[in-house]
Design a protein around this ligand. Structure first.
Ligand SMILES: C[S@@+](CC[C@H](N)C(=O)[O-])C[C@H]1O[C@@H](n2cnc3c(N)ncnc32)[C@H](O)[C@@H]1O
Length: 328
């Protein structure tokens, strides 16, 4: 089973904080809606539903007669936001956007006019999920999986990878200059269990002035690895473009240079035309109002013809650092 309707699927999870108070502020909503050129009757897939800020705006644009399907991988987010979004009219599914093709086929949906991906973390995941995404929440376990029933938690990776491989991970996904020193400290401090354990490894090898950026980079790199986020984005781009109707559009908001590079080069795939030359960034007002939007970059691509999936994966892989280790 690739996906489940929200009711009856989200069970046995506890949130660490009041989710409504941590509701995510959606980024560049009007820019996304305008560039997707939505009209009444259109079918849109929001592959990263979160708290639905974008999905609710899509719904306004495609009604009457349209449909918004929202996919979300994190069960806690779905438990908090799913019922409200479902009663507003969004079709909510617990699913990974990597599986978009199977989801659309198995649900017998039409070819979508638009697909949207808003990558990275929501405010809720960072501050209210209890999953160890924030380096400020010292007592939380080092998990970092969007779907805690899948794959390995961050602590298993930190406690089992050889030091050189940890350093490579922090270098490639985080561009952290002190990657090797941080990795050595992690190896000598094992076992790590909590966010505080990882924070103290970084703090012990770096002077106070360099700690903030290093923590940001190390936590981001680990999260990208734990969730195979670059692999997921490549699948989302290729299978997403392949699933769209000809003339349909893919919009992606990214917060990391590797992700932005992948979307940029996807604009050179056969059958694809970039709509945005340079990436769109939030207005000064939006940055002031929502500082978390600061690093966001929006790119939009149009599908002009058939997508050769194999050739597309081959092309995009050459722009993506690969960090893959055999973990038992
Ligand atoms: C930046 S938030 C989206 C915020 C949303 N646009 C809003 O307005 O609330 C990204 C969301 O995507 C989810 N996510 C991350 N990877 C995913 C994947 N591969 N498939 C489905 N959802 C995913 C995360 O759990 C998170 O809730």
């Amino acid at each position: 089973m690739v996906a489940g309707e929200v009711s009856g699927m989200v069970q046995g999870c506890e949130t660490a904080g009041g989710a409504e108070a941590l509701m995510h502020q959606p980024v560049m909503v009007e820019e996304v809606v305008s560039l997707l050129e939505l009209s009444p009757g259109d079918f849109v897939v929001d592959g990263t539903l979160g708290f639905g800020g974008h999905a609710l705006r899509f719904l306004e644009a495609v009604m009457p007669g349209g449909l918004v399907l929202g996919l979300e991988k994190n069960p806690l987010t779905l438990r908090e936001a799913g019922p409200r979004l479902a009663s507003a009219g969004v079709r909510v599914m617990r699913a990974d956007f990597r599986k978009i093709k199977e989801i659309l086929i198995s649900g017998m949906f039409p070819e979508p006019k638009a697909l949207f991906l808003d990558l990275g973390l929501s405010s809720f995941l960072l501050e209210g999920s209890g999953l160890g995404f924030s380096f400020k929440r010292l007592d939380e376990p080092l998990d970092m999986r969007y779907d805690p029933s899948e794959g390995l938690p961050a602590r298993d990776i930190l406690n089992s990878l050889p030091g050189e491989q940890l350093a490579e991970l922090f270098r490639k996904y985080g561009e952290e200059p002190s990657a090797a020193a941080v990795a050595r400290r992690i190896v000598s401090s094992r076992p790590l269990e909590t966010v505080g354990d990882l924070v103290s490894c970084v703090e012990r090898v770096l002077p106070p002035g360099r700690r903030g950026k290093a923590l940001h980079r190390v936590f981001q790199a680990l999260r990208i690895f734990v969730n195979d986020e670059t692999g997921a984005l490549m699948d989302g781009i290729v299978y997403g473009l392949s699933s769209l109707c000809v003339g349909g559009r893919l919009a992606v908001i990214s917060y990391h240079s590797i992700e932005d590079r992948l979307v940029k080069f996807a604009g050179r795939l056969q059958g694809v035309e970039p709509i945005t030359g340079r990436p769109i960034t939030p207005s000064p007002e939006e940055r002031m109002r929502n500082p978390r939007s600061r690093s966001a970059k929006l790119r939009v691509l149009a599908k002009k013809g058939d997508i050769d999936e194999k050739a597309s994966f081959g092309f995009l892989s050459s722009f993506c650092p690969s960090v893959s280790f055999g973990l038992g």
